[in-house]
Design a protein. Sequence first.
Length: 290
Amino acid sequence: MSGPDDIDRPTGLQRVFGSRLWRDLLIVAVIVAPLSLVYLLPTDTSLAEVQRRGVLTACVPTSYPPLVMEGNDPGFDIRMLEEIARRLGVALQLNVNPAIGQDFNPRNWRVNRAQCEILGGGVVVSAQTRSFLETISTDVQTGWALVSRNGPDLPRGARVGIFPGTGGLDRVALSALMRQNGIAVSLLPSAAALEAAIASGAVDAGITESLGARGIARTHPDWTVAWLPAPSARYALGYGLWKGDLMLKRRLAAILGDLEREGFVSDLETQYGILPIETTAALGGEAKAP
């Protein structure tokens, strides 16, 4: 018969599973198991597939000057994509999608992996975009900007013309900012109409998307371009790729880095008038005496 001490004596299995060796093996299994699952994930063939087909397909808007332009001059982003594709050793194929740039949310553009490997011509690098796409940033920014013959101050009672353009900037917030600062607003149908209104003095200044503002000022070196102050937001522009296409993203980012170091990007920015805006407008102050 077993005595009372036998009740507390560990069995063979208990001795095995309670041993330090078993605990060490368990720890190793916990560490190794997730790593082993990596080998079950699909292989990232995004770069190899582009190279195999010999084509990089890009989804771009119909027009978003100066990023994408109609006519003989394709625009800044298309020139960039052409050079990236050339250095990748493939051809560039464009898939035009009019919805790109109309809205900051790429989910609303109705694009998918079958249409293109990269998106350009108005991709805003934001948390919302990154939740849907991999992104590669550039130093080009977008946001509401003021263009004026009379400097960056826009006092109460001033008259401003606004051309909203095709971008997805917040027009409601812009309207509220103008009301809060006592500034009268007129909507204009085109960048040309905005430029004409500023030149004639019909308005004291114009407001439009920053790329368009810089485009207007290119032909008027004495005019001022300034960012609107907070809470008006600014966003970096760049390129979008599909989630999981990390091999393609790394290669394209490396090429873009080379283009920046070699001065290709800055030369192209100068050519298209995409220069830094270094001034911020002052809104709602007292008008200066004539």
